[in-house]
Write a new protein. Structure first.
Length: 106
């Protein structure tokens, strides 16, 4: 499982490292589980894996998610194929349980 944590500054730096979005794209192509929370969705967007997906992310990047061709969902967690996403750490327990379930099915 690939876990994309949140954090504004760290994710902003990571998405500029071209090998990081490329790695995420390859991981997604293999349909391996990805768990994203908070601003982790920025990496999904940069990896070009958000389009056509339902996902949750921190409320301040709702426009970014929608503009990337994904559907923003305001929920504690959202599962879409090999992706489980959450908007905030306050739902960490629910998000992590969904991520573990997703990993077990992989």
């Amino acid at each position: 499982m690939l876990v994309l944590p949140g954090g504004v500054k760290a994710l902003e730096k990571l998405r500029q490292e071209k090998h990081v979005p490329a790695f995420i794209a390859r991981w997604n192509e293999r349909r391996k589980p990805i768990a994203s929370t908070c601003h982790g969705a920025q990496l999904l967007i940069s990896a070009k894996v958000a389009k056509g997906r339902k996902l949750s992310a921190y409320y301040s990047i709702e426009d970014d998610v929608n503009n990337a061709g994904a559907q923003y969902v305001n929920a504690p967690f959202v599962v879409d194929g090999n992706l489980v996403s959450s908007p905030h750490y306050q739902w960490m327990g629910e998000w992590m349980n969904a991520a573990i379930d997703l990993a077990r099915k992989a």
